[in-house]
Structures are given as structure tokens and as C-alpha cells.
Design a protein around this ligand. Structure first.
Ligand SMILES: Nc1ncnc2c1ncn2[C@@H]1O[C@H](COP(=O)(O)OP(=O)(O)OP(=O)(O)O)[C@@H](O)[C@H]1O
Ligand SMILES: [Mg+2]
Length: 234
């Protein structure tokens, strides 16, 4: 398939019939049972659903972090799980930003190093330029004054904003964010959403945002609910 030629017709992200279970010693927990969705360039999609419904599981599968038992995930028409792990990691690093529900900052690196980390493997920019971009992003999330701090010296909401800056470091075309404002006060949350929706508008960044916040969902163009392992429009 010619990915460039098909850029306007092939969705940026397509998930088809995803199934995923967790196998425990005593039982199998079925989480995804044929979940499908499509996301186009610059589109903002909210994923809602009760706690334990499978939102984080879905996001990990969409981001190429966790292989589904069945079904496929396509990024610009490329089947993610058909790739070798090394090629999948590279494609993800180049195109997808991921904000984990639990942030996952590296505790032994300072804030700036955490933000520029995703660029180290793939960027041709020199270290000074990468640092500059990381500092700009930290400024955009309101953390210019925490650039040299260690993650454990930060509040939960500050760590969450570092994770958002890190996810934007490689200027992805898709951002998968797991409750990205869950730990922020209303004003700070609004500023972060303004930043993300601004990027969606100006740079055609597609957003898939998992949220329990009706206000956040209302700002997205489309809301999907995960229920009984499948996606339903709301
Ligand atoms: N590694 C795992 N091993 C076994 N079961 C798991 C694992 N991860 C998740 N689960 C189970 O899968 C289900 C879905 O979990 P998931 O984290 O995707 O839910 P969620 O919708 O993100 O919930 P929340 O809103 O609380 O973050 C839950 O019932 C959970 O107990
Ligand atoms: Mg979750």
C-alpha cells in the first residue's frame, strides 16, 4: 500500500475488532470483546466508561504497547502488530505520544531529561536543540520553574504535566492520553486542554482522551463509551 497516496482516505488510526483478556492463575478477565474505532487527522475523541471497563487497556493496545489477542490496529494503514517489536517501537516514537494514567516518569532523571527522552532515539537534532524544545514544552505546561527538579520532588499534577510535555516532544500526529487532567485543578486542566486542542487545530494533532470528566468529553468532537468490551457512540 502506498501510504503517502492514501494519506487522505486512510484513517490515521483504525482499530478493528480488538479482543483482549488477562489470564490470571484462577480465571480469565475478558476486557475487550470486539472493540473497533477510527480516528482521523486532527480529530478529538473522548473515551469514557466506568472504572475497570477497559479504557487503559484499549489505549495501550491502540498505542502499540500491548498486543491484542485478536483484531488489528492500523496507523495510517500500517498494521502495528504485524511489525517487528523494534519497528513498532520506532513507528510509535515517531508518530504517537502517550500519556500514561500513572505518568511513568523515570525517577533517576530530572524533569527536562524525562521530557527529551523520547527524542533521543529518533531525533537528528543535537542535544542542545532537544533541551531547548523540552524547555519550551515545559514552559507551555506551566513548569518552566521545575525543569531541573527530580520527578519525586513534584506534585501529582506537576508530574502529569511533565508526562504531557514528554508525550508532545516528538511532535506526534496522534496523542493517546489516559485521564490527562485527572490530577489537575480546573484552571490548570483548562490550560492543558487549551494547549492540546490548540495543537489539534493548528497542527492536525489527533487526540484520543480517556476521561471521567464530562466537561473534558464535551470539548471533544466525538465521545465513545466502552461498555461490555465494545465501543458505542454517545
Ligand atoms: N495486568 C492485568 N492483569 C490482570 N487484570 C488486569 C490487568 N490490567 C487490567 N486488568 C483488569 O482489566 C480490567 C480493565 O482494566 P483497565 O485498567 O483497562 O480499566 P479502566 O477502564 O482504565 O479503569 P479506570 O477508570 O479505573 O482507570 C479491570 O477489571 C482490571 O482489573
Ligand atoms: Mg484506566
Amino acid at each position: 500500500m502506498n501510504l503517502v497516496q492514501d494519506k487522505n482516505t486512510v484513517p490515521l488510526l483504525a482499530a478493528v475488532n480488538l479482543s483482549k483478556s488477562y489470564r490470571l492463575p484462577s480465571k480469565v478477565v475478558e476486557v475487550l470483546k470486539g472493540a473497533s474505532l477510527e480516528v482521523r487527522e486532527g480529530e478529538c475523541v473522548a473515551i469514557i466508561g466506568r472504572s475497570g471497563a477497559g479504557k487503559s487497556t484499549l489505549l495501550h493496545v491502540l498505542g502499540g504497547l500491548d498486543r491484542p489477542d485478536a483484531g488489528e490496529v492500523f496507523l495510517r494503514g500500517q498494521s502495528l502488530y504485524a511489525l517487528s517489536p523494534a519497528r513498532r517501537t520506532r513507528l510509535r516514537a515517531q508518530n504517537v505520544g502517550f500519556v500514561f494514567q500513572a505518568y511513568h516518569l523515570l525517577p533517576e532523571m530530572d524533569v527536562t531529561e524525562n521530557v527529551l527522552l523520547p527524542a533521543m532515539a529518533i531525533s537528528r537534532m543535537g542535544r542542545a536543540a532537544l533541551r531547548m524544545r523540552a524547555l519550551e514544552l515545559l514552559d507551555q505546561v506551566g513548569l518552566a520553574n521545575r525543569a531541573c527538579h527530580m520527578p519525586l520532588e513534584l506534585s501529582g499534577g506537576e508530574q502529569q504535566r511533565v508526562a504531557i510535555a514528554r508525550a508532545l516532544m516528538n511532535a506526534p500526529e496522534l496523542l493517546l492520553a489516559d485521564e490527562p487532567t485527572g490530577n489537575l485543578d480546573r484552571d490548570t486542566g483548562c490550560q492543558i486542554l487549551d494547549l492540546l486542542f490548540g495543537l489539534a487545530h493548528q497542527s492536525r494533532l489527533a487526540l484520543v482522551i480517556v476521561t471521567h470528566d464530562a466537561g473534558v468529553a464535551a470539548r471533544c468532537g466525538r465521545v465513545l463509551e466502552i461498555e461490555e468490551g465494545v465501543m458505542r457512540p454517545r
